[in-house]
Design a binder for this molecule. Structure first.
Ligand code: SF4
Ligand code: SF4
Length: 64
């Protein structure tokens, strides 16, 4: 099963990946604006669209 992994060291908290058009299922969410986003593993299906939106290379799709 493919899912996105967030690299917390690379994330700059820009929120671009959370924009609705990036993730159709809204699998990425942010609780604290100062923190990196989290991935709802029930909603993410590894499409990789959010990876293209991240300017910091903080998102990677992995086969888990
Ligand atoms: S890989 Fe696709 S479904 Fe998963 S968080 Fe990124 S845009 Fe959403
Ligand atoms: S687009 Fe990348 S740098 Fe910006 S919040 Fe998302 S994971 Fe972090």
């Amino acid at each position: 099963m493919k899912q996105t992994i967030v690299d917390y060291n690379r994330c700059k908290h820009c929120t671009k990946c959370i924009a609705r058009k990036a993730c159709k299922t809204k699998a990425l969410f942010q609780i604290d604006p100062e923190e990196a986003p989290a991935v709802d593993t029930k909603l993410c299906y590894g499409c990789g669209k959010c990876v293209l939106e991240c300017p910091s290379d903080a998102l990677t799709v992995k086969d888990l």
